[in-house]
Every structure is written in structure tokens, then in C-alpha cells.
Design a protein around this ligand. Structure first.
Ligand code: SPD
Length: 427
């Protein structure tokens, strides 16, 4: 043993690549790699991404720990390499410098636990021996990496395995397929969860079946967005449907889901589907009046490419493209997460379709922030969905198709709104 128990290198990595500094997956991989390269035994890694910027994480090693905090907006990482024993932490330093693309850096090396200052006191550990003998050192290390979908005040975090199946920066957004521990693979656009293998049915059954049963025998359907394919999969369960046109702006989303979420992207080869990779907002500007029984807007949140899906002109074009007795259903955001977007969208629909023709359907998605989410309706000369009397045929369809969220009770119940929601919807 040298003159101290531990060695601590405090590192400033500066002018790093900001994208790497904000990439929790890459940073976890590089920190674990840095430990392993220096010969350390990794016990555990815990990493968090903070939205919109920053990553914090620790790799616990048999020889102590490596820790990091990043500020991507400054291209900066504060790194601690604390080691004991023979491990050479400068190997870890070199590895990280390379991985982070740090153009400048500084480091201070400190001895920790100076043996000149410490006195050894051996103590009796015999009572712990039997328990210690039972313990098996696992030959794997646990990972604790979290994907967080959040605004400034609220978040929904999903622990994921660290597996990244798809990660492409398309012209519109960052498209990723990650593997979560609880909900299977998930599609994330930028830093927002869009859908997961285990709870996608909540969303896709509710965006399609209540409207289709309300219309009765819908033939011609338009889906804007919905690149994962779940919405068209559900719409195509209805035998009356003759044609579905789907317009998705981002081909990378379709590619990612076809390859990695095949159970959701199950109907892209259906003969009744026309798939168009283009801008849905432009498509609707040119759509013929009175064409569609149902228009579904399966867009993402009102940032990035989906921003225009929350505008008055877009919904006016939807109204015009609907047949008489047609329905619009739009992804309506959350009355608990983004109240403003939720209320504004409803006010827009009230203005276009009429005050009493813009009902809201609430449903539960465990992987969206707050869990409470909505679809918002525009009814064009058609009765309110909750007034239909089709329980028997709905439940027969539900049983035949093996649906897992929607049924005749939910059809009615989802249109019931709590008082705070009624308040938000008031103009
Ligand atoms: N915050 C999530 C908003 C929902 C966006 N659409 C999900 C796509 C599922 N087809």
C-alpha cells in the first residue's frame, strides 16, 4: 500500500461535443468503458438524463467510483475518478477525453485518506461471516439508466436496459427505439415517449374505435402522422373501411417501427392502406372538400414537426375535408401536463366545429407524463359519441378482435370529464 488509501483525479473536460454531453446512453457506455479499460471491476452504473440538457451518473467499481455531471450547453463535463489499489485512473481519463471529443481539459490529482493522518482500528466482523459466505458476487453489473420525458416541472421516467436499437437524427427529429425494463421497447421522438410495446393499445384503441363506432360504417379514412402504425392497424380492423390514407412526415419513424416494433407496425402492407411520406399539413391544404368520414391526427406534442398540427388553419382544412356526418379525432395532450395546449386545442375545435361539437375523451397511458391523456373531437353534423346505443355490437367486436382497453363502458365513460377539465374547456 502507498501513502494513502485512495487516489482522486478531478477532471474538467471542456469544449466537448454538446450532443455527446446530452446523450445518457453514450455517456454511460463511455464511463463503463473507461472503468473497464483501466482494469476495474464494474459493480453498478446509475445514469440520469435531465431534460432538456444534462446527464449525471456514477459507475461504482470494486476499486471505488467514476462520476460525471455534464452541462451540454457549455460543452462541459465535471468528472471524478476515485480509485484505490493499483488501478491507473489516467487510462480512464484518456479514454473519456477521446470519447467526449474534449478540446481542452484540466485535472488535479489528490491523495485521499493519507496514512500519515489515519490510525487503523481493526474490529470484529465474525458475526457477519455466515452472511458473507452466503453472498454470491454477481458476474454481471446492474444498470440504472432512465429515460425522462418532462417539462420544467413534471416528469415521467422509465428505467431502460441501456439497449438502443435505433438512433437516427432525421431531418425532423431524433428517432430512437430503446428498451425499457417495464414496458418493452419504446419509440422516442426527441426526448418524448411516443409509444411502448406494453401500453400502446391504450392509445391506439382509443384513437380509433370510439369514432369508428360512432360513425357506423366509415369507408374513407385519413390518418395524419401515426408513423408507428398502431392507429392504422386498429382502423383496419373495421370491415366497412374501404380505404385508409396515412400521411406521415418522417420516414425514419416508419422504418424504425417496421424493424423494431413489428407488432405495432403490423399493417403497413395492408391492401387498403395508401402510405404517403409527406407533410400532412400540406396534404390537407390540397385535400378535396367532403372526402373523409374520419380524419385522425396522430401527431406528437406541439413542438418540432407537430407544431402546425395545433393551428386554426390546419383544423379548418380538416373540417372542410370531412364529409357531412364526419368526425375529426386529434391527439389532444394532457389536462394535467400541458393544460395550455390542451385547452387551446379545444377552443380551436369549438370555434371551427361549434361549441357543443368538440368533446374530449380521456384515457390513461402509464408512460406519458401524468398518465392522463386526451383525444379531442370535432363533430361535423353527427351525434355525440356518448349518445350511441351500440353496446352489443361494440362488445362483440371487442371480443372478436381481442381488444384490451376499449369496450362499450369505456366508450361512454371516456367522455366523462372531471370538473377541473370542464373548467379548462370553458371559453
Ligand atoms: N406525449 C405523447 C403524445 C402522443 C403522441 N402520439 C403518439 C403516437 C402513437 N401512435
Amino acid at each position: 500500500m502507498g501513502t494513502a488509501l485512495g487516489n482522486h483525479i478531478l477532471v474538467e473536460f471542456m469544449n466537448c461535443d454538446p450532443h455527446i454531453m446530452n446523450d445518457v446512453v453514450a455517456i454511460e457506455r463511455d464511463m463503463v468503458g473507461a472503468a473497464q479499460k483501466a482494469g476495474a471491476t464494474v459493480i453498478n452504473s446509475t445514469f440520469h438524463h435531465f431534460s432538456p440538457y444534462g446527464v449525471s451518473g456514477v459507475v461504482v467499481i470494486q476499486e471505488s467510483h467514476l462520476a460525471i455531471h455534464t452541462w451540454p450547453e457549455y460543452g462541459y463535463a465535471a468528472v471524478d475518478l476515485f480509485t484505490c489499489g493499483e488501478m491507473n485512473a489516467w487510462i480512464s481519463f484518456d479514454h473519456l477525453k477521446e470519447c467526449f471529443g474534449a478540446k481542452s481539459y484540466s485535472a488535479i490529482e489528490l491523495k485521499r485518506g493519507s496514512l500519515n493522518l489515519l490510525q487503523r482500528n481493526d474490529f470484529d466482523i465474525s458475526t457477519m461471516r455466515s452472511r458473507a459466505a452466503e453472498w454470491r458476487n454477481p458476474d454481471f453489473y446492474t444498470r440504472n439508466v432512465w429515460f425522462t420525458d418532462k417539462d420544467e416541472d413534471q416528469a415521467l421516467s422509465l428505467r431502460f436496459t441501456g439497449e438502443v436499437f435505433f438512433d437516427v437524427q432525421s431531418p425532423f427529429q431524433r428517432v430512437r427505439i430503446l428498451e425499457s425494463n417495464k414496458y418493452g421497447k419504446l419509440l422516442a421522438l426527441d426526448d418524448m415517449v411516443m409509444t411502448t410495446e406494453k401500453d400502446e393499445f391504450h392509445y391506439h384503441e382509443m384513437i380509433s374505435h370510439p369514432a369508428l363506432f360512432t360513425i357506423g360504417a366509415a369507408k374513407n379514412i385519413l390518418v395524419i402522422g401515426g408513423g408507428d402504425g398502431g392507429t392504422v392497424r386498429e382502423v383496419l380492423r373495421h370491415p366497412s373501411v374501404e380505404k385508409v390514407t396515412m400521411v406521415e412526415i418522417d420516414g425514419a419513424v416508419i422504418d424504425a417501427c417496421k424493424e423494431h416494433l413489428p407488432a405495432i407496425a403490423a399493417s403497413f402492407d395492408h391492401p387498403k392502406l395508401e402510405l404517403i411520406v409527406d407533410d400532412g399539413i400540406e396534404f390537407l391544404k390540397n385535400a378535396s372538400a367532403g372526402s373523409y368520414d374520419l380524419i385522425i391526427v396522430d401527431g406528437s406534442d406541439p413542438v418540432g414537426p407537430a407544431e402546425g398540427l395545433f393551428s386554426v388553419s390546419f383544423y379548418t382544412n380538416c373540417y372542410n375535408a370531412l364529409k357531412e356526418n364526419g368526425i375529426l379525432v386529434a391527439q389532444g395532450e394532457s389536462p394535467k401536463f400541458n393544460e395550455k395546449a390542451f385547452a387551446e386545442l379545444n377552443h380551436t375545435l369549438q370555434d371551427i366545429f361549434g361549441k357543443d361539437n368538440a368533446p374530449v375523451s380521456l384515457f390513461f397511458v402509464p408512460t406519458y407524463p401524468t398518465g392522463m391523456w386526451s383525444f379531442q373531437y370535432g363533430l361535423k353534423n353527427i351525434a355525440h359519441p356518448k349518445s350511441i346505443d351500440k353496446a352489443e355490437s361494440i362488445d362483440a367486436f371487442v371480443a372478436q378482435e381481442g381488444l384490451r382497453y376499449y369496450n362499450s363502458d369505456i366508450h361512454i365513460g371516456s367522455f366523462a370529464t372531471p370538473n377541473f377539465v370542464k373548467q379548462l374547456l370553458k371559453k
